[in-house]
Design a protein around this ligand. Sequence first.
Ligand SMILES: [Mn+2]
Length: 280
Amino acid sequence: MKTYAIGDLQGCAHEAQVLLNRITEDAPGPARIVFVGDLINRGPASLDALRRVMALSIDSGGRVDALLGNHDLHLLAVACGAQQRSRSDTLDEILAAPDCDALIAWLRHRPMAIMAAGHLLVHAGVLPQWDAAKVMALAAEVEAALRGPDWVAFLAQMYGNTPDRWDESLTGIARLRCIVNALTRMRLCTADGVMDFKEKESAHAPAGSNLMPWFEVPGRLTQGQGIVFGHWSARGLVLQDGVIGLDSGCVWGGKLSAVCLDDRTLLEVDCPEYQKPGKG
Ligand SMILES: [Mn+2]
């Protein structure tokens, strides 16, 4: 069975269906499919996108699954009242839907990291001090918080840019926040793994800074480990030896992309410009 990773949907439900059809043409029969997070928000059909992926996941017994991205976590936080909705959100149709509770319950049980076809899949990035086994273990700590009885309290404390670096001695909410920030928000960090959260719309580190894309940190412990991520639409499609970046900006008029992790086949669907770049 082939394994495919699909980039950030951000409510582009129609394009998702076109891409899923392309996957079926490429590999008739069941395929393992992982969406790398941010199923919803900014795009035109977040409710439809979320419903479709949830139904696919449940009907397939988990063969199709989705990672949690920052927008998915934001929806969870807004739905439970832990976070204010922001003006650029397009989440109202989900929050008003008759099946909202079921959608939220499914979403908060999604993973923060997945190993599939020899690749480590995360929404945004991993810190240089973490190897793949460490990432899976730390992801499980956050998953346990989201699935546990105190999930609303966790989401209420989840936001914040500190701590901005990993320290094994971190405990409690500071530890979980650091993991969430790396796995769902990071694009740039220093060689020592200090995360930056200011640069969102640039494809590169600012000139003269000591920042770099997290996957270019020399000696990071995931070097040699195939990694798949999304989240960085300004950077666009990344297809390097061991690194696959799949947010090719579908909601911004780019493409929705999938890569077969077994043979690196790239499948792309063109998208209309649903949002003007710069709206986050
Ligand atoms: Mn994201």
